[in-house]
Each structure stands twice: as structure tokens, then as C-alpha cells.
Design a protein around this ligand. Structure first.
Ligand code: HEC
Ligand code: HEC
Length: 253
């Protein structure tokens, strides 16, 4: 049933590929919003059956002290306030629905991680909803800023985030992940604050079939087309976008 929707999606970049020179940016935006509307429609039945009410207060206890079922305190790896640290992604401010989906996929083996999977497995569905509600209630460290449309002299990071690379059928990261990579709803997580190493580890996981390709397989399809240099450039661009003062200090040749 999703196959038709997926097929519809893949015709969009193809159409644009033929017309990149003449097609106004706004058409591309229209194409993507149609895609997003289709996604929302396609996801309706799944959304209707899920949704346990999470308690942020109960989630905070698990995050700080661990769970009855033996999961270690999330804070010990993901940081006291879910801010993340090297090797451990930030959780603060991500949509609860996204976090819950990742925890169920980790528990089910659809997303593989020797460290995280056993912990996800040991949490009950209610506990997953609780920790997700807790982390969603914390502040995301990046704001919704959209950079200027890149031109000839801008690097792959600026192009990929703000415009995409239609010759390869890659829509702008911002089209799905929101301005500044702050995320859009439960389907599209915030990425504007993620370090290049973690981004790359997830791209590798998709390409090796170790992480579920996500809603409608959208991100799995994008991951196949990103090089290691692309990922570094995207992370560096987001850093410049969110902290222009720090980026301006060392003059660029
Ligand atoms: C021993 C360290 C450790 C502990 C403790 C830990 N995690 Fe993790 N967690 C990880 C690692 C490593 C990853 C990245 C897995 C990967 O590369 O896919 C991760 C990933 C995640 C993700 C996916 C994030 C994303 O952006 O997709 C979620 C959600 C998560 N952890 C929640 C939790 C919760 C909730 C707890 C507490 C019950 C917890 N973690 C405890 C190590 C840990
Ligand atoms: C067509 C929509 C779409 C586009 C365009 C897109 N993404 Fe995604 N991305 C997704 C979806 C959906 C997910 C969530 C997958 C899941 O649920 O596991 C995701 C997840 C991610 C994650 C994982 C975040 C985490 O916390 O683990 C990273 C990293 C990422 N995308 C990077 C990018 C980059 C970089 C670009 C631009 C080059 C991009 N994405 C463009 C749809 C998209």
C-alpha cells in the first residue's frame, strides 16, 4: 500500500532532474509539500493505533536513575539534560513520537545497536512513552533559522541543506527536517545540532541495512546518495548557521 506513495515520491526528483535549470524553486517546494501531505495521509492508520500517553515526570526518574527492568540511567550516556556527548546522540527537544519510534525499533532489532538495543528492550511500552515525553519536554539547542539560498560559491553543505542536489535526486535537508534542522513533527527529527560523526554513523547504518529506513523509506533513499564529505559539509554548515560568531572568527580562505 505504501509502494504507490513511494513510487510517487521518486517521480518528483526525476521530473525536477529534467527541469532543474528552468524549474522555479517554488515548484520544488510545492512538490515537497505534496509529498509531505501524502506522507501525513499515508501514516494516519499507524498514528491512530499507537500513542500511549507518556508521563514526563515518570520519564525523568528513569532518565536519571534507570528503570525497574534494569536499563541504566539514560543520563549516564546521553548527558545530564539529554544534551548528548561524543558517541551518544542528544535526545533533548526531539519529538516524543520520534524517540518512541526509535526505542521500539531498537527493541525490535529493526535498528541495531549493541549498546542501546538491550536497554530499549528492557523498557516497557509505557516506560518508552514516559522517557520520550521527558526528553521531548527539554529544550532543543538549535533555533529555526533558514540560511540564504546558496549560489555558485557556496559549498556542498549550504547546497544540500537549503536547496538539495536535484541532479542526484536529493531534496534539501531543510524541506524535510525544517529550517535550521529543528525537525518537523514526529516523522522528521531535528538534525541541526548533530555532530558529523553521529550523522555519518547513521548514514552507514542505513546503507548497511542496520537501521530501518524510516517513514516511507525516505531517509534510507537519501542516505545512499550522501558521501562522507557531504555529511561533514552539512554538519559544518549547520554549525555556521547556528553559531555565526564562532564561525566568523577563523577567516576562510
Ligand atoms: C551505555 C550508554 C547508553 C545508555 C545508558 C543509554 N543509551 Fe541511548 N543510545 C546509546 C548509543 C550509543 C546510541 C546510538 C545508537 C546508534 O548508533 O544507532 C543511543 C541512541 C539512543 C536513541 C536514538 C536517538 C536518535 O536520535 O535516533 C534513543 C531514543 C535513546 N538512545 C534513548 C535512551 C534512553 C531513553 C535511555 C535510558 C533508558 C538510554 N538511551 C540509555 C547509548 C546509551
Ligand atoms: C524526503 C525527506 C528527507 C530528506 C530530504 C532528508 N531527510 Fe533525513 N530523515 C528523514 C526521516 C523521515 C528521518 C527519520 C528516520 C527514522 O525514523 O528512523 C530522517 C533522519 C535523519 C537522521 C537521523 C537523526 C537521528 O537523530 O538519528 C539524519 C542524521 C538525517 N536524517 C540527515 C539528513 C541530511 C543530512 C539530509 C540532507 C542531505 C536529510 N536528512 C534529508 C527524511 C528526510
Amino acid at each position: 500500500m505504501h509502494a504507490a506513495v513511494r513510487a510517487a515520491y521518486f517521480t518528483i526528483p526525476k521530473m525536477n532532474r529534467l527541469n532543474t535549470k528552468t524549474l522555479p524553486q517554488s515548484w520544488v517546494a510545492v512538490g515537497i509539500s505534496m509529498l509531505m501531505a501524502t506522507c501525513a495521509w499515508a501514516q494516519e492508520p499507524a498514528a491512530a493505533k499507537a500513542a500511549l500517553q507518556g508521563s514526563a515526570a515518570a520519564g525523568e526518574k528513569i532518565a536519571q536513575s534507570g528503570s525497574a527492568g534494569g536499563a541504566a540511567a539514560c543520563a549516564s550516556c546521553h548527558g545530564a539534560k539529554g544534551e548528548g556527548q561524543t558517541g551518544f546522540p542528544a535526545l533533548a527537544g526531539q519529538h516524543a513520537g520520534y524517540l518512541e519510534r526509535q526505542l521500539s525499533q531498537l527493541a525490535a532489532g529493526a535498528r541495531q545497536s549493541p549498546v542501546m538495543a538491550p536497554m530499549a528492550k528492557s523498557l516497557s511500552e509505557q516506560e518508552r512513552a514516559d522517557v520520550s515525553a521527558y526528553y521531548a519536554s527539554l529544550k532543543l539547542p538549535v533555533k529555526a533559522v533558514r540560511g540564504p539560498l546558496p549560489g555558485k560559491n557556496d559549498d556542498a553543505g549550504a547546497w544540500l541543506v537549503e536547496r538539495g542536489r536535484w541532479a542526484d535526486g536529493i531534496p534539501a535537508c531543510a524541506q524535510c527536517h525544517g529550517p535550521g534542522g529543528v525537525g518537523v513533527g514526529k516523522d522528521f527529527p531535528a538534525i541541526g545540532h548533530l555532530p558529523a560523526d553521529y550523522m555519518q554513523s547513521q548514514i552507514d547504518a542505513w546503507n548497511k541495512g542496520q537501521r530501518d529506513a524510516g517513514p516511507l523509506g525516505l531517509m534510507g533513499a537519501v542516505a545512499k546518495k550522501l558521501t562522507a564529505d557531504d555529511v561533514k559539509a552539512v554538519a559544518a554548515y549547520y554549525q555556521r548557521l547556528h553559531n555565526p560568531a564562532a564561525a566568523a572568527a577563523p577567516a576562510k580562505p
